[in-house]
Design a protein around this ligand. Structure first.
Ligand SMILES: NC(=O)c1ccc[n+]([C@@H]2O[C@H](COP(=O)([O-])OP(=O)(O)OC[C@H]3O[C@@H](n4cnc5c(N)ncnc54)[C@H](O)[C@@H]3O)[C@@H](O)[C@H]2O)c1
Length: 381
């Protein structure tokens, strides 16, 4: 896989199909997709009832940077639309904001044939997707993800939802979008820390199922982070291809889709411990969690020594945090959070581990004592 510049005759975007029968849809990855959003959206609006019902939902950061281009593109295509602008941040993914959003949509007479457009990161995508799932028992929506995390992960696969006081993502629905437009150009305005946090999810795909992709990232990751568009397109498309194949095989996470949670049991515990605050972004927690998952795999003899070291070396090369000891976590507190995690069944901890780079596995009955041993060793300052 080489990061080449597209030739002049190359199509303006790469298309990946998420094959789910009559709920199949395309992920289009490229530059300039927002500026042409009208032509991508119009074919989905052939029902005249829909033409009055496009609501673009975004957050105020993204609205300031990218809403004018999207609105202009819809105007140019003659698609009537209106915008709903939410506060940025994880706290927006809650019941109160969901209620306000639904109230706004219903107040403006959204119809069954209406269409929501989620323009933003994973927070906007998850909230809007859930609103689309339950408004009038289901309206269509499209995802226009604007963070790297949303482009490679949250916008694809139909998991939607909100957080509750009992934990993250505990209320939600599977509701697939009709289309995903991943415009690489919008990543240029993303704060570098957010870009890197999203990159952790890109690395995840290599670790879980594609050693060749991981090796490609070792070659091209720095260029991607520095802004190389061809590398970004290649990495987003490859990530979406891997996720699309897993979702097509296991849409509702009865089996292999769980592999996409590599590092997440550790990550959720660390996020809970930092109060889901800016001290540790989700992607940063996933980065640390994946190191711990490989180290636990090595400790259990599942994975050859050296895999975690190779991962840490890659993080160091691109600038991702690799050392959970830097955050002052205590092993017992992290383990207590894990027992509250929804993936704990009957006292046993389920982890996504790896037999090596590119070989993720679900391990449903990890001894809590092994986890404690690992954490006490790794969290010691
Ligand atoms: N549904 C899923 O399958 C899935 C998968 C992974 C994560 N998630 C969820 O995704 C959420 C995290 O998503 P996120 O990391 O995208 O966070 P986010 O949506 O909060 O976006 C991060 C920040 O970047 C800003 N931003 C977004 N796009 C920008 C751009 N192009 N330029 C400048 N600023 C921009 C936002 O306003 C926000 O301040 C979490 O709630 C997580 O649970 C869902």
């Amino acid at each position: 896989m080489a990061a080449k510049s597209p030739s002049p005759s190359a199509p303006s975007h790469t298309t990946i199909e998420v094959a789910l029968g009559d709920r199949s849809y395309e992920i289009r990855v490229g530059a300039g997709l927002v500026a042409n959003a009208g032509s991508h959206l119009s074919p989905l609006l052939t029902d005249p009832a829909r033409r009055g019902g496009v609501a673009v939902v975004t957050d105020s950061n993204v609205a300031a940077l990218h809403l004018p281009a999207l609105a202009g593109a819809l105007d140019a295509a003659g698609v009537p639309h209106r915008a709903v602008v939410l506060e940025p941040g994880e706290h927006t993914k809650d019941f109160a904001h969901l209620e306000r959003l639904l109230d706004d949509l219903l107040g403006h007479g959204i119809e069954r044939g209406g269409m929501l457009v989620a323009l933003g990161g994973g927070v906007v995508g998850d909230l809007v997707g859930f609103a689309a799932a339950i408004a009038l028992r289901g309206v269509d929506f499209i995802q226009v993800p604007t963070t790297l995390l949303a482009q490679v992960d949250s916008s694809v696969g139909g998991k939607t939802g909100i957080n509750t006081r009992h934990g993250k993502n505990l209320v939600g629905a599977f509701h697939q979008p009709r289309l995903v437009l991943a415009d690489i150009g919008v990543l240029d305005t993303l704060p570098p820390r957010e870009l890197l946090a999203g990159y952790a999810e890109v690395v995840k795909y290599g670790l879980v199922g594609d050693a060749g992709f991981f090796a490609w990232l070792e070659e091209n990751g720095r260029a991607l982070i520095a802004g190389d568009r061809a590398a970004r397109i290649e990495a987003v498309a490859a990530s979406c291809r891997i996720k699309a194949a897993i979702v097509a095989a296991d849409e509702r996470e009865h089996g292999e889709r769980a592999l996409l949670n590599l590092g997440h049991t550790f990550a959720h515990a660390m996020e809970a411990e930092t109060g889901f605050s800016d001290r540790l972004l989700h992607g940063e927690a996933v980065a640390l969690g994946m190191v711990l998952a490989l180290e636990l795999s090595q400790q259990l003899g599942l994975c050859p020594d050296g895999a975690a070291e190779r991962l840490r070396a890659h993080y160091a090369a691109v600038g991702l945090p690799a050392d959970p000891a830097a955050y002052g976590f205590g092993a017992d507190r992290l383990i207590a959070h894990m027992h509250h995690d929804k993936k704990v069944r009957g006292g046993a901890l389920t982890f996504i581990l790896a037999r090596g780079i590119g070989r993720g596995i679900v391990v449903p009955d990890v001894e809590p004592g092994e986890v404690k041993r690992l954490l006490e060793r790794r969290l010691a300052a």
